[in-house]
Every structure is written in C-alpha cells, then in structure tokens.
Design a protein around this ligand. Structure first.
Ligand SMILES: O=P(O)(O)OC[C@H]1O[C@](O)(CO)[C@@H](O)[C@@H]1O
Length: 548
C-alpha cells in the first residue's frame, strides 16, 4: 500500500490550519521571542552540534504537530531502512548506503544479502596505505620527483563534497601539497589549472562513478594530452576512483592505482567513500579523513536513534517543510560565519536540490511543485551581508541557516580593531543578523522600515575540527533525506539531469559533422540553435547581431 500523498493526510490539514495563525500580528517573531525560555524550548544539542530554531516562526503548538508529522510519515523507520541496506532507491533498485562508508562498528551491513563492510574496510585501508606512500614520497611521478600538486578531475557529486571538505579543513593540509579542482569542461578551468601546476610533480585523481560523464572524460583526455606533450608517462601520474567494471576501471589503461566506489552510494552522498577519501587523505592525511568519518558516524547514530523531538537533522527537516509547504518560503540560504565553510552551500545545493527537486512520489504519483524541495543558495558571512542581505532584510523573505564556530582554526592572530578581534567582529555580525531579521524596525521613512518576522536557525560548532565538519556534513545529508521521506519522493535518483545531456549529445553530433566537413550545414536544426552554432563556427551571425 503506497503511503497517502502528504497533502492528503490529516496532519497536512492540521499544519495548514496552524500556519494560518502565524499570519496574525501577535505571532510576529518580535513577540514570540519574548516568550520565556524561548531558546531552551526551541533548541537541541546532539552529536556535537547545537541547533537553535528559536528564531523560526513556530510555537509549542505548531511544533507538537510537526512532531506528529514525523510519526505519521514514519521518518525514523524509513531512515532505519536506509541504513540497513534496503533498496530505498526504488527507481534504480538500489540501496543507499553512504552511512556504511563511515561505520566503524563490527556489525554487518547487507545490500542484496551481502555484507558490504569488508569491501568498505578494504577500500579505507587501501586509501590509507596509498596516501602514506604519496605523502611520504615512496611513490613518485615518472621523473622520480615527489608529488607536490594534486588535480582532482570530476564533477557534481564527484567534486563538490571533496571541495567543501578540503576548503573547510585546509588549515590542516600538508603545506607541500597544492590541491586543484578540474570540474568544468570549460577550457578556462583546464587552462587555469595547467598554468598553476608543475606537470612533473602533479598527481591527477580522476573521479567518476560512471566514467561516462562527458565533462570528466573531456578533461581526462586533456590531462593525458598535456602530460604526453610534457614527455611524462600518464600511468605514473594518474589514479582513478570509479565503480567496479566502469569504462574507467580498465586494466589495459595502466594507472598508479584504482579505487572503487560502490553502486549503493549516490554521487552527492559519496564524499565519505573513496570519492572524498582519496583526495582528502592525500591532502590532509588519512587520519584526518578518518576523523571526519567518525564525526559523520556520530551524526548517523544520532539521526538513527534520537526521538524526533531531540533529533537535529529530523527537526531541521520538519522546520524546513514547515517553512516551505505551510509558510510558503521558496528558497533557503546557508550562511556560515566561517570562511572555511565557503563551499558548504554549493555542496548542500547539489545534495538537496538534486535529491529533493522531484515532481513525483517514489512510486510515480504526481506532486505539485510546492510539495518538494526549495532553492538553496548561500555565501559566507559577513560577505553575504554586503551582497544579497539587502533583499533578505527588506525584499522577499527566505529562511536562513546561520552557522557559527566558537573557536577559529587560526587563534594566534589576535590584533584588535574597535576593541575586538576579527573573530569577535565576525560574531557581532553573526549575532546581530538573525535578530535584525526577526525583530525588524519601524521608521517614519518607509524606505527605512524593516518588517522583521524573517525566520532563521543557528547552528553552532565548537570548532572546525575534522570531526565537527563530519558531523555537519552528515547533518545536512540526513536533513535532506528526512525531507524527502516526508514527501515520499526518492532522494537518490536524478533523472532530471538527463534531458539536457541527451540534447547536448544531438548538438555534439552536429559539431562532429561540421568538424569533419566545413560545408556541413546546420539548417534543419531548430532555428535558435542553428543561429548559435553558426555564431560559434563562423562568427558572422554575431557580427550581424552587433551591427543590428
Ligand atoms: O561520478 P559521475 O558518474 O561522473 O557523475 C557525476 C555527477 O553527475 C550527475 O549524475 C548529475 O549530472 C551527478 O549526480 C553525479 O554526481
């Protein structure tokens, strides 16, 4: 029996009624914030994170109904099924076992009846040994020099997670190693990287689960041509991370080493597999990668075992659904007041928008667009304050996650300006922004009125250690899947990326024909694309446009 559509459940109706109360002036956040014990009532501690939702447009009654929602949709049972290896990715007939990647327990985890843990432990061990050899100089490039540059080639889930973590933890990185990312097929990305590396001391890490992704294959070819042009032997400069049996898992194409990821791990959930493990262990050392895994494991266990009213990612999912489906916000910003988390928002953007950007339930029943994910974006504070916060304060409202860190990674720099350290200045803003958004301000001049009543949550970490970053990573992963479980959508497939790829393939065929025969005509294509292809190949139409 499929579960009823969320919008047809009694709890949906109750929540919709609750939401109406929040349009009353007395429910403005400036009043709600005066409630006694507001912070204590609407905040949680768990797995090393503090999650404060006291500045959300919520009260005890609405919260009670949200907890009821968690029970009505059986969220923890769905999460348990995911962690136990059931085929929760129903449209692709697969398990979603990213949590197994960071399990250090002796308990088996079965997918298709087979314990996946031995293979996962083997990969971890292989990563540890490999990273030690590269970092210690036991494996060198083809001219015998130790590696000093790592170029990670991959896109989407085979890139964004590693980039988020490597930025977050770069204070711990080996100073002798520079890390570069080559994701975009745009030749500017390659040119930029090529101009910053020393080819002889460069290790290329090719990451692709499928090894069919056009951008990654094009960049891999470019890298091979570059190495050969420099007289280097690619087999001594390349390592691959891919699925067993993929086109890249090819023994006839020798590489220094090959690491497997598994089909039960989705790209955007793969940073704790070899996808993140190889580049992060090279850059930070395996021990730090393992600390990250242990932090993620703590959050996994918390999400699995804590009851809904104490469960951080589950509560964050409930709040997000409340904001989206019942209060009508269509976007959500992630604003870390911590520069090392500068790539958190792009990572969560893919994680969440690829997972929750769906239009049907997991068994194919149509949903209206308002019943699935919102638009995620973000930038670190205080930079965000000087770019788009004008709109956040006086334009269209959107909920925000403010993320703060008590102790910075660089505690040694303590000079003061206006009587405070840089970190204290950062905190003054980190504290003022959610308050200003919530409370607002009246003014005789309408242009200076702040309507307030703009919701936000605050997430606090003690520091940016690998363990805490792992906890944060898993918090957002679980928040994402809990939301999907509420809507009954599949957060593990991504058919929405296919149509554009197919169309690109048709256009590519036209380009191939033109490259082979300059007389090839684009006539017969749709008129708009004909125009652009003419512009690309001849420049004439562009000329016409400029003259016109
Ligand atoms: O690891 P691959 O197979 O190269 O895929 C890269 C990315 O492309 C996507 O399929 C979407 O375009 C992502 O889901 C995936 O992470």
């Amino acid at each position: 029996m499929p579960s009823p559509l969320f919008s047809e459940t009694p709890i949906w109706k109750k929540l919709a009624q609750q939401a109406q109360r929040f349009s009353l002036p007395k429910m403005h956040l400036k009043h709600l914030l005066r409630q006694e014990r507001r912070l204590e009532t609407f905040s949680l501690n768990g797995a090393g994170l503090f999650y404060d939702f006291s500045r959300q447009r919520i009260d005890g009654e609405a919260l009670g109904h949200l907890i009821e929602l968690a029970e009505a949709r059986d969220l923890r049972a769905q999460f348990r099924a995911m962690m136990a290896g059931e085929k929760v990715n129903v449209t692709e007939g697969r398990a979603a076992l990213h949590t197994a990647c960071r399990s250090f327990s002796d308990a088996p985890v079965r997918a298709d009846g087979k314990d996946v843990m031995p293979a996962i432990r083997d990969v971890r061990e292989k990563i540890r040994a490999f990273a030690e050899k590269i970092r210690g100089g036991a494996i060198t490039g083809s001219t015998g020099k130790p590696f000093r540059h790592i170029v990670v080639v991959g896109i989407g889930g085979s890139y964004l997670g590693a980039q988020f973590i490597s930025e977050a933890l770069c204070a711990f990185a080996d100073r002798k190693l520079a890390l570069h990312y080559l994701a975009n097929v745009d030749i500017h990305n390659f040119g930029h990287v090529a101009s910053r590396i020393d080819p002889e001391t460069t290790l290329w890490v090719m990451i692709s689960k499928s090894y069919t992704t056009a951008e990654t294959l094009a960049n891999t070819k470019q890298a091979y041509a570059f190495m050969e042009e420099k007289g280097l032997d690619p087999s001594k400069h390349v390592v691959t991370v891919t699925s067993e049996g993929s086109p890249g898992d090819d023994p006839s194409n020798p590489v220094i080493d090959a690491f497997h990821m598994f089909n039960f791990i989705g790209g955007r959930y793969s940073v704790t597999s070899a996808v993140g493990g190889v580049p992060l262990s090279l850059y930070l050392g395996y021990e730090r990668f393992e600390e990250l895994l242990r932090g993620a494991e703590e959050m996994d266990q918390h999400a699995l075992t804590a009851p809904p009213e104490k469960n951080l990612p589950l509560m964050a999912a409930l709040i997000s659904v409340w904001n989206n489906n019942f209060l009508g916000y269509e976007a959500h910003a992630i604003i870390p007041y911590a520069e090392p988390l500068c790539k958190l928002a792009p990572h969560v953007q893919q994680l969440y928008m690829e997972s929750c950007g769906k239009s049907v339930t997991k068994d194919g029943r149509p949903l209206d667009g308002k019943q699935t994910g919102v638009i995620i974006f973000g930038e670190p504070g205080t930079n965000a304050q000087h770019s788009f916060f004008q709109l956040a304060h006086q334009g269209r409202p959107f909920p925000i996650d403010f993320i703060g860190v008590i102790r910075p990674q660089y505690e040694q720099y303590r000079s003061e300006s206006k009587g405070v350290t840089n970190h204290q200045e950062l905190w003054a803003n980190f504290l003022s922004q959610p308050m200003a958004l919530a409370i607002g301000k009246d003014d005789e001049n309408p242009a200076k009125v702040f309507s307030g009543n703009r919701p936000s949550s605050t997430i606090l970490l003690e520091d940016l250690s690998p363990r805490n970053v792992g906890r944060l990573l898993a918090f957002y992963e679980h928040r994402t899947v809990f939301e999907a479980f509420i809507w009954d959508i599949n957060p593990f497939d991504q058919f929405g990326v296919e149509l554009g790829k197919v169309m690109a393939s048709d256009i590519r065929s036209e380009m191939v024909a033109k490259n082979g025969d300059e007389k090839h005509s684009f006539q017969g294509m749709d008129k708009i694309n004909e125009f652009y292809l003419e512009a690309l190949f001849s420049g004439e139409k562009w000329q016409v446009m400029r003259e016109g």
